[in-house]
Design a protein around this ligand. Structure first.
Ligand code: ADP
Length: 170
């Protein structure tokens, strides 16, 4: 049984994240989507909303019937979280060179903390290359079309946020 963790902010989940989830499932038997709750970060959505949006989005694309995916809250050190979940595999997505520097640093740091940890970088589909949470916020703010960027479940949440203010998570 191969298990991996896909950590991230998912603020909110986009089709880019979903692409990485689908690719991961070709490699592992179980995937934990670990939703970060870092008190130093400013999120658009609360941790609860981000987790519900992921679960609803997975249902929408028929992935929730798949018992291989878990959605969990995560804070603290990723290496500790991985160890407590009996895995040494971390999945991250790569879009462009702009991701590389940060991901490389984090990958090396995690390996320094725990030499057993392996980070697997999956390359996104070209059509999701420029999708990120800031883009979602910008398009939502300007009332642009969101349906090619995020699942319907996320659009529902975005329309509930009237003034699209960022807020710190609890
Ligand atoms: P973080 O704050 O940890 O970077 P994100 O939710 O922004 O959290 O991203 C989580 C992971 O998903 C990162 O590895 C990021 O590179 C990847 N990711 C985000 N958007 C995309 C996308 N459009 N295509 C592929 N990977 C993506």
């Amino acid at each position: 049984m191969k298990k991996a963790i896909y950590p991230g902010s998912f603020d909110p989940i986009t089709f880019g994240h979903i692409d990485i989830i689908k690719r991961s499932l070709k490699l592992v038997d179980e995937l934990i989507i670990a939703v970060g709750n870092n008190s130093n970060k400013s999120y658009m959505f609360s941790i609860e909303d981000r987790m519900v949006m992921i679960k609803e989005s997975l249902k929408e694309i028929d992935l929730n019937v798949n018992p291989k995916i878990k959605v969990e809250l995560f804070d603290g050190l990723l290496v500790d979280y991985a160890q407590s979940n009996d895995t040494n595999i971390i999945i991250r997505g790569l879009r462009a060179m702009s991701d590389f520097d940060y991901e490389f640093q984090m990958g090396l740091l995690n390996r320094k903390f725990n030499s057993d940890i392996e980070t697997i970088f999956l390359i996104t589909d070209q059509k999701y290359l420029y999708y990120n949470s800031s883009l979602v916020k910008e398009v939502a703010k300007n009332k642009g079309p969101l349906s090619c960027i995020v699942p319907e479940a996320v659009i529902k949440y975005l329309s509930r946020i009237k003034n699209h203010k960022s807020h710190r998570s609890a």
